[in-house]
Write a protein that binds this ligand. Structure first.
Ligand code: BES
Ligand code: MN
Ligand code: ZN
Length: 502
């Protein structure tokens, strides 16, 4: 599973034609334009690439690959051509698509290592560190496999190491930094993906707590796990009401990365950890219900981000809060119309037991106050409505502070893990009115992701807060079904930016 153990990444300074490797990867633009590295290899091979292109065999379509085995004149065993698409359209997405395709093409051969000469391509507004980081991350993303639950593991790949190739040593420091960042962030992504992909009968609240304990041990993080009785003492009636219908006891994980001085206020990340969401008594329909094992993706991404910042030794204090529970329709489950008292003292009428994410988050958000945070960011597969609004491309972003929203949007852009801001206007709050309690846990069909955020906003008045609805971005459905690890890149980037400016 965790990919870092399978393939590792580093930089290598060498001329493309002279580099000793099992596979040298060079890019070709469409139609038939050689990158500098391809040009160098072409010259050394007395036109092996040009000949191929002239015959029309490799037009350079984005992501297409072609392997030349042992061409005379280069030190590498294989030359792997990767199509870059039209030069005018070559941007961040195309760059990442090419790196991913190249890594997959190499992995299909018997090559044990490869050198990718892609970081020297021009990508508008992106520097060498970015290109090195994203070569690593796109390659790792493509090579990720989840076979933990297969009785027969697929054959191990020969590929053990990928180098980000540089023809000249000039900016090797920047590339090294980018590779190191890419490795750390990718390890966080891989953890989040593994946790998301595990089935609900394995990945329970107790399992999440155990994995958090292991993470704390491996990376020197502080940890506390609050048990049901602790939550009872704290008056977390909303969180507890969700767990009541399940045999699995709830957990509240508190993980601490102490990278800055004790007086420096922490960032608090809160991740929704519903390890399976049946909907409870407001039961979900059967179709695709298996995908509700991904309903702990927010929790997975918080643990993954802590993993990444710990590896980077980020000079910031970061606290991960993971409220974890299973939403089941048991005999003790909450019923529509039940009224519970949250830790904040506010009472909530549970009109729909399937709107459970906000119920576990609200108590965790109140708990977050005790840390006197610089900012609190919660991450949750919160609403189907967010998938309708933004699809599977952008994460929904809500914030009670515009500067914080802007920083997160910018971090998403830098990390290529993008978000889009949605309104959190007062006007939407009235949809949550309840005749019986302080407010209800649902606001009707219109703007469902906005009213969910409005619900949370009633618990976050004490600090700067943002909410990321990752219902559309945390996993893919269909034939490539699986966790994406988002928004580990966005969160890590945000923390890097803030730590850098502190
Ligand atoms: N975990 C779901 C949200 C979800 C649904 C994410 C589908 C991704 C795909 C959440 O707990 C939920 O059930 N939300 C309800 C809220 C509604 C009852 C107000 C929803 O979106 O339908
Ligand atoms: Mn639900
Ligand atoms: Zn849910």
């Amino acid at each position: 599973m965790a990919l870092e153990r399978l393939v590792d990444f580093s930089t290598k300074v060498s001329a493309p034609a002279k580099v000793k490797t099992a596979a040298v990867v060079v890019g070709v633009f469409e139609p038939r334009r050689l990158s500098a590295a391809a040009e160098a290899v072409d010259r050394a091979t007395r036109g092996a690439i040009r000949t191929l292109l002239q015959r029309g065999d490799f037009p350079g379509k984005l992501g297409a690959t072609r392997i030349l085995f042992r061409p005379r004149g280069v030190a590498a065993e294989r030359v792997v051509l990767v199509g870059l698409g039209k030069e005018a359209d070559f941007g961040a997405k195309a760059y990442r698509d090419a790196a991913r395709a190249a890594a997959l093409a190499v992995a299909d051969t018997g090559a044990a290592d490869a050198v990718l000469y892609l970081a020297e391509l021009h990508v508008a507004d992106r520097d060498l560190a970015w290109k090195a980081r994203h070569a690593v991350m796109a390659a790792a993303e493509g090579l990720y496999r989840f076979d933990e639950m297969k009785s027969k593991k697929p054959e191990a790949r020969a590929l053990k190491r990928i180098h980000v190739g540089l023809a000249a040593a000039g900016h090797a420091d920047d590339a090294n930094r980018g590779v190191a960042e890419g490795r750390a962030i990718d390890a966080g992504i891989a953890l989040a993906r593994d946790l998301g992909n595990l089935p609900g009968n394995v990945c329970t609240p107790a399992y999440l707590a155990d994995r958090a304990r292991a993470l704390a041990k491996d990376w020197g993080l502080g940890i506390d796990v609050l048990e049901q009785k602790d939550m009872e003492k704290l008056g977390m009636g909303a969180l507890l009401s969700v767990a009541k219908g399940s045999r699995q006891p709830p957990k509240l994980v508190v993980l601490r990365h102490e990278g800055a001085g004790r007086r420096e206020k922490p960032f608090v990340l809160v991740g929704k950890g519903i390890t399976f969401d049946t909907g409870g008594i407001s039961l979900k329909p059967a179709a695709e219900m298996d995908e509700m094992k991904f309903d702990m993706s927010g929790a997975g991404s918080v643990l993954g981000t802590l993993r990444a910042v710990a590896e980077m030794k980020l000079p910031a204090n970061v606290i991960g809060l993971v409220p974890a529970a299973e939403n089941m329709p048991g005999g003790a489950a909450s019923k529509p119309g039940d009224i519970v008292t949250s830790m904040s003292g506010q009472t909530i009428e549970i009109l729909n037991t399937d709107a459970e994410g906000r119920l576990i988050l609200c108590d965790a958000l109140t708990y977050a106050e005790r840390f006197h945070p610089q900012a609190v960011i919660d991450v949750a597969t919160l609403t189907g409505a967010c998938v309708i609004a933004l699809g599977h491309v952008a994460t929904g972003l809500f914030a009670n502070k515009d500067d914080l929203a802007r920083e997160l949007l910018e971090a998403g852009e830098q990390a290529w893990d993008r978000a889009w801001q949605m309104p959190l206007w007062e006007d939407y709050q009235e949809q949550l009115k309840s005749p019986f309690a302080d407010f209800a846990n649902i606001g009707g069909r219109p703007a469902g992701s906005v009213t969910a955020a409005c619900f949370l906003s009633r618990f976050t008045k004490a600090y700067d807060w943002a909410h990321l609805d990752i219902a559309g971005t945390a996993w893919r459905s269909g034939k490539d079904k699986g966790s994406t690890g988002r928004p580990v890149p966005l969160l890590t980037q945000f923390l890097m930016n803030r730590a850098g400016s502190a």
